[in-house]
Design a binder for this molecule. Structure first.
Ligand code: HXC
Length: 257
């Protein structure tokens, strides 16, 4: 794994991926994306890891795809680069991914944050899809995920004008799950991850899958998916443990089975 453009670490049962190209405001080039996806897959393959936190630094979560790497590409080169295959691997990660977002989250950086399951940001965080200023449009899902998160009005405003939205507006609009002071963003993301880490791993995976299903299907199909995934949970020892712990007024000790 290329480990210098990202830094990885585990704390208890949480895998941390820190984007690490500070001089380029964490612009996402092929090397970064490859390392990021591999790191997430490596964490997922470790049964001890329960959640992943993706973060950048104080100035930038990520200021987008690497414009300098892209600038001279032809249509065929962009087409053959098959970005979606890389990002599909990232969005196929079944563990919860929490984005701790400070500074700029622009273009592909905003799109990466939106691929996460829970976003934590501060008032100074700046979200944007400024691709229109470069003569292109969002290319890693921004036009779709932003619209689903904040609705047509704000998505059109941002995608067509390229204006940025700060953390407070993003939280009001439904893009950000938790707005905290800028210097508390990472710690809050870790607290969320540690909270999830005390649950049952298979149940956490099913819960993520069930919420994601809401974006892929009709209400009746989604409710059916939920029911069909809810009932089998009664085959788990963790379900017996969770309900027994409640009845006996003790904290559940899940065994991930
Ligand atoms: C490559 C980038 C970069 C990017 C910043 N840098 N963003 N390099 N790709 N996306 C580099 C700068 O060139 C500069 O390098 C260094 O990082 C610091 O940036 P400055 O511009 O000097 O910083 P500042 O004046 O503070 O301005 C910050 C900024 C600005 C407002 C965030 O950097 C900016 O507008 N960046 C581009 C944002 C953007 O358009 N993102 C969308 C990209 S397209 P040097 O060497 O000069 O020090 C995209 C599409 C996704 O994401 C889908 C693709 C298929």
């Amino acid at each position: 794994m290329s480990d210098h453009v990202i830094l990885t670490e585990t704390v208890d049962r949480v895998g941390i991926i820190r984007l690490n190209r500070p001089k380029a405001l964490n612009a996402l080039n092929v090397e970064v994306i490859t390392a990021l996806v591999e790191a997430a897959e490596t964490f997922q393959a470790d049964p001890n890891i329960m959640a992943i936190v993706v973060t950048g630094n104080e100035k930038a979560f990520a200021a987008g795809a690497d414009i300098k790497e892209m600038a001279d590409k032809s249509f065929v080169e962009m087409h053959m680069a098959d970005w979606s295959a890389r990002w599909d691997r990232f969005t196929a990660i079944r563990l919860p991914i929490i984005a701790a977002v400070n500074g700029y989250a622009l273009g592909g950086g905003c799109e990466l944050a939106m691929m996460a399951d829970i976003m934590v940001a501060g008032p100074k965080t700046q979200f944007g899809q400024p691709e229109i200023n470069l003569g292109v449009i969002p290319g890693w899902g921004g036009s779709q995920r932003l619209t689903r998160a904040v609705g047509k009005a704000k998505a059109m405003d941002m995608v067509l004008t390229g204006r940025m939205m700060d953390g407070e507006e993003a939280e009001r609009a439904g893009l950000v799950a938790r707005l905290v002071e800028d210097d508390k963003v990472f710690d809050t993301a870790m607290e969320i991850a540690q909270t999830i880490a005390a649950k049952s791993r298979p149940v956490v995976m099913v819960a993520k899958e069930a919420v994601d299903a809401a974006f892929e299907t009709t209400l009746s199909q989604g409710v059916l998916f939920e029911r069909r995934t809810f009932h089998p949970l009664f085959a788990l020892e963790d379900q017996k443990e969770g309900m027994d712990a409640f009845a006996n007024k003790r904290k559940a000790q899940f065994k991930d089975c």
